[in-house]
Design a protein around this ligand. Structure first.
Ligand code: DAT
Ligand code: MG
Length: 150
């Protein structure tokens, strides 16, 4: 079972879409195993987006992600990394399919509502930036056998 990190970004928080974002992922069958509200500082933002350092949009990206409190959450499920990415949609809302979060709510790449880890390796790194191991909870849901075959 995979675990992946999502962030409800500042624009989604300010627009009152946190519940919508989380609900869509939850409805997919994914299980919430960690969640917190936080306001990222510049140091943390630069760490989280370190891979994009030096790119022309980096400064705006950091400024954006620290512009409001956000929700960080860890979702667990079969192929959770890919499942979340597919539910979130393409990076630029202009290219995101309708029915995805970005495709249904977004207009611009710099206001694309939600972050989802792009690989299992990055998911592990990103989760550890936001959560200690004690903050992640393992538990069973009775419904899981109706969502997961085995
Ligand atoms: P994603 O968030 O889909 O994983 P990414 O990791 O390539 O996309 O980039 C991180 C964020 O940076 C992305 O959500 C929006 C912003 N971004 C990426 N490419 C950009 C570009 N060409 N111009 C402006 N912002 C960009
Ligand atoms: Mg990314």
């Amino acid at each position: 079972m995979e675990r992946t990190l999502i962030l409800v970004k500042p624009d989604a928080m300010q627009r009152g879409l946190a519940g919508e974002v989380i609900s869509r992922l939850e409805r997919r069958g994914l299980k919430i195993v960690g969640m917190k509200l936080l306001h990222m500082d510049e140091t943390m933002a630069k760490k989280h987006y370190g891979i994009h350092e030096g790119k022309p949009f980096f400064n705006d990206l950091v400024e954006y992600i620290i512009s409001s409190p956000i929700i960080a959450a860890v979702f667990e499920g079969t192929k959770a990394v890919e499942l979340v990415r597919n539910t979130v949609g393409a990076t630029n809302p202009l290219d995101s399919a309708m029915g995805t979060i970005r495709g249904d709510f977004g207009m611009e790449i710099g206001r694309n509502l939600v972050h989802g880890s792009d690989s299992l390796e990055n998911a592990e790194k990103e989760i550890s930036l936001f959560f200690s191991s004690q903050e992640l909870v393992s538990y069973d849901r009775d419904i899981d056998r109706w969502i997961i075959e085995s």
